[in-house]
Design a protein around this ligand. Structure first.
Ligand code: NHR
Ligand code: GAR
Length: 215
């Protein structure tokens, strides 16, 4: 058996995606959870699971380069094979991203490339899309435009608010993030030298979603 990979999770807040990963019994070791915010709720949850935690506050650094250098130093103490952004809210510098090429992933609450950036659910409701969702992707310097690993789509109802839509998307985030990480732990998914995602066969094709449903 090859040695288990180490993963480091970066959070900024609630940490429900992190918690889904803790409960998923992944074939890897969660070496640490690091937050850029001292008051992130997810830190408590991680500690309750006996996982090492650290805070690297962006407020303590003069600029993004200095913050990212300190963050990388804290991450590297845990010699991670994979660095996982789970509701992490700071844009990372190109130098940071380059250091972890092929080992840095994010979950984003939209069907990328639609709705990069913040307030994705409000944007989707404003546009009147009937299908929305979430995306796990490799992180590149191009914000929210890195190569896509897995996506989940959900229907949008005319009665949705940003909160009800966010909850429907979040439920799927908690399903696809553990799956993506399991593939990475088993070396079934990788970022190839052409900068595209390769998934080792057999790939299971997902089903269609029609929204609103047909009569
Ligand atoms: N960094 C790079 N280089 N590339 C990506 O794809 C990244 C990234 C850092 C974070 C997550 C992303 C998301 O899923 C992510 C992807 C924060 C912002 C943002 O505007 C945008 C996208 C994402 C995360 N952050 C503000 C900033 O000035 C701060 C906002 C706040 O603190 O609330 O960094 O959506
Ligand atoms: C999740 O919906 C995640 O996709 C999103 O924030 C939420 C974090 O929830 N991430 C971003 O918007 C990144 N900019 P969590 O802290 O409970 O996992």
């Amino acid at each position: 058996m090859p040695a288990q990979k180490n993963i480091v999770i970066l959070i900024s807040g609630r940490g429900s995606n992190m918690e889904a990963l803790l409960h998923a019994k992944l074939p890897c070791r969660i070496a640490a959870v690091i937050s850029n915010k001292t008051d992130a709720q997810g830190l408590e949850t991680a500690r309750a699971h006996g996982i090492a935690t650290a805070v690297v506050s962006h407020l303590d650094y003069a600029d993004r380069e200095c913050f990212d250098t300190a963050l990388a130093a804290e991450i590297d103490r845990h010699t991670p094979d994979l660095v996982v952004l789970a509701g992490f809210m700071r844009i990372l510098t190109p130098a940071f991203v380059a250091r972890y090429t092929g080992r840095l992933i994010n979950i984003h609450p939209s069907l990328l490339p639609a709705y990069a950036g913040l307030h994705t659910h409000e944007q989707a409701l404003r546009d009147g899309v009937r299908v929305h969702g979430c995306t796990v992707h490799f992180v590149t310097a191009d914000l929210d435009h890195g190569p896509i690993i897995i996506q989940a789509a959900v229907p949008v109802s005319q009665n949705d608010t940003a909160a009800t839509l966010a909850a429907r998307v979040l439920h799927e985030e908690h399903r696809i993030y553990p799956q993506a990480i399991r593939w990475l732990c088993h070396d079934r998914v990788r970022l190839n030298p052409q900068g595209r995602v390769s998934i080792a066969p057999p790939e299971q094709m997902g089903g269609p979603l029609i929204s609103p449903g047909l009569d």
